[in-house]
Design a protein around this ligand. Sequence first.
Ligand code: 5GP
Ligand code: MN
Length: 322
Amino acid sequence: MPSPAANIADLIRRSDQFLVASHANPDGDAIGSTIALGHILASLGKEFCLYNTSDLPRQYDWLELPGTMHSTLAGAEFHWAFVLDCGAPQRVGDELYKVMASIPVANIDHHLGNPQFGQFNWVDEKYSAVAAMIADLADELEIPLVGPLAEAIYLGIATDTGFFTFDNTTPEIMELAARLIRLGLSPGAVNGKIRNQWAVNRFKLWGESLATTELFYDGKVAVVQVTQGMFARTGTTPADCEEIVNFLRRLRGTRAAVILREEEDGSYKFSLRSSGADNVQTVAALFGGGGHRNASGGNIRENILSAKMHLVEALGESLGLV
Ligand code: 5GP
Ligand code: MN
């Protein structure tokens, strides 16, 4: 039986006019895999439209794009939509989600519990990053992993593995990174481009947010908040919150880290982080969210105190702390 990468390669060869999209508030893997697939389509001479409802975050403006990143679908025509790194179809945002009912979707993802929402589904949680799936696709299509394509793939695999520090740092992902380096990618330069992009505003947001840190269960669970007021005072956006929750894991003895980020509609986007056998995916799922065993998230429509209490209680139960 052909591999899923071979099937996708076949789909690309047979068809044309593709939409390439990922989730709102995109992280490095969402952007990296979108751009990487764009480069693949460009090198095959295919027509495509890159889309993200939240646009390209400024921190990724150093990437060499194969085409414009659109934040609206107005005027776009396509025969297939590639939806990347989306554990749930709604994560693409309302505009595309509505359109997805009437066009074929190729769902390429690595999240546990992905409901296989595409006409074509390549969902494999053994991959540490969707960008690594796109690298397999490039291999299948015999497109060399060099230049801007390699940088986009590296962005996805480096960020989704926490720069090769999380438990999803598999031999396979290290081998892919090694291959990119052998083919000419310069890790010092590209890591600098990925990491050294902060505005001082972000430092100020982090300062305000980290000052809210609360510890529960003898420090085994740590919680921080970000409010709309903090964004307003520091001139920042939700994209500036990326990594705050990972930073909480620096606290000695912390097994689970939580960030609660106030949305414009007053609900709270939460992110959970753990390591090893400590499962935070099941906790996120209790609140209608999802993700991976050690990195999950969702949205709670409660006031801050009850949202925090419910998450902390669920984590206490799940990690056996009560
Ligand atoms: P983050 O907390 O950084 O936004 O996401 C961590 C992981 O949880 C990601 O893999 C992401 O896809 C998943 N995740 C975050 N928010 C949601 C959500 O609302 N629903 C689902 N199903 N997964 C989410
Ligand atoms: Mn990912």
